[in-house]
Design a protein around this ligand. Sequence first.
Ligand SMILES: [Zn+2]
Length: 212
Amino acid sequence: MQVYKGIYLLDGVGFDSNIYIIDGEVIVDTGTGAFFKETKEEMLKLGLKPKKFKLIVNTHCHFDHTGGDKKFRDWLKAKIAIHKKDKRSLETGKNTLAELFDEKARAITADIELDKKDIIKTKNFSFEVIPTPGHTPGSICLYEKKKRILISGDTIFTDGIGRTDYPGGSKRDLINSIEKLAKLRVDCLLPGHGMPKTVGAGFLIKQILATA
Ligand SMILES: [Zn+2]
């Protein structure tokens, strides 16, 4: 479904993360890969053109967000980007939690290392990379300042904050990260799991922070 003009959400089923498609050029997260075939069919049905894709961005290294990277990269010939602090995990498979999903880690090389102030640009959007460590050391959010959209991975959801009990997790870091997010002007929150909140999300982030 279209969650914002130019942004599609392909809902995650089961453990799979949400997949967001920006302007038909960038994919944010790829799920476990278990539903690759269905996702591919859906993308084609939406009229998206494989050739137009240039980038696969991972909000962090966990398998439920990155397991599909290889299949999508092979199909779309797009580059893979992840924050530098989660790059090693992606490339070795270590700490991606694949075993939690009864899967073997799929180590994959990242083409691009992201860090703060990097911009993910498409025809109509300009998303800034905001490092938000806590859920993992290299977790990021993507923020579209003009349009007030925040893609939040597993840092914050519309009903709470991300887990910090996995390897590399830190509750203190996560709270610091969410404090940073609470200062942004956000209308539309697009989380890594569950439904988005497309209006008034800034107030929601403050409320979640207050109860965290
Ligand atoms: Zn995660």
